[in-house]
Design a protein around this ligand. Sequence first.
Ligand code: NAD
Length: 332
Amino acid sequence: MKAFVTGIAGFIGAHVAQHLLDAGWEVSGIDDLSGGRIENVPTGAEFRQIDCNDSLDELLQPIAPTAVFHLAAYAAEGLSHHIPVFNYQNNVVATANVLGAACRANVEHFVFTSSIAAYGHPKSGQPFDERTPCHPCDPYGTAKLACEHHIQSVSEYFGGPRYTIFRPHNVFGPQQNIADPYRNVVGIFIRRALDGQPFPVFGDGSQTRSFSYIDSVAACIAAAPTTEQAVNQTFNVGGDQPMSVRELGETLAEVMAIEPAFEFLPPRQEVQHAHASHAKVRSVFPAAFENEIDIRTGLERMVAYVRQHSVPEPTPCPSAIEISDKLPPSWR
Ligand SMILES: NC(=O)c1ccc[n+]([C@@H]2O[C@H](COP(=O)([O-])OP(=O)(O)OC[C@H]3O[C@@H](n4cnc5c(N)ncnc54)[C@H](O)[C@@H]3O)[C@@H](O)[C@H]2O)c1
């Protein structure tokens, strides 16, 4: 079986590609390296540096992949308010382009990483499950939900490809970009600690997330095309251990053997508590959760990885700021 992975030099894409190689797939992929690193592409995978907005027919048709895993995106949720045109071009238009090329190459299965940002802010206080109505509150979540609808309608209209949609949240681990100041709180904290700087926190750090170690997430995504119960389904995927941002900083400081220090910034408009129910994904992909890694162990692994690799230069914002009103001062 042949897999084609977009965003293969990114964090989740690299891990998914490795899972696929381990499972015996032939793997090729593309990435424009705007947020990923070439070193992330696993040995054994074919790589081309291409933008998902470019014409892909000449590349995809000779490969004739069984499955496309479309993971490329710019996933800076808070910043997406300030770069909406770039966000929709890179996330919605690029997805339509990749899916169109996949259809013309007769791909059987299309796997897409959406986000729990598609749900928006919780109304009930309960964890989101897959039946929770989606009311995204930012351009990033809106783009992800639009992509989900587009993939479903293409599959229904053309009778394929089959699809699986994942809504991950707050995934972290080795190979994650720690150099982008606009996203990946774990990466931002580690990078700050390496520079001897305090952890920047919007508000008082009481907002909670279920930080999710990469292994189980990547295992589910890679297994989707070969899992009958995953056909034309949508899954939340991630961890179940709620933790405040402040507690994350304290735990990370312990792991890095430093004193925790915080720089409290004015609060920004964001969801206070974002958690998802994972009953569905756990019942369909039980093997992926057999050796689940808790947050602290995951942080230890990520810090060990970072310490063994060169610290990357800060990643520039891939777009000019389009709307600067309400832009947090620390992002200027
Ligand atoms: N990490 C998370 O917590 C999380 C949570 C929810 C959803 N997701 C989704 O999972 C996917 C992977 O995220 P990630 O955390 O690995 O991010 P990442 O930035 O590490 O990986 C994305 C990759 O896509 C590449 N890319 C971006 N735009 C591109 C384009 N136009 N053409 C080609 N390549 C392009 C980047 O260079 C990068 O290597 C994304 O779709 C993201 O929205 C991630």
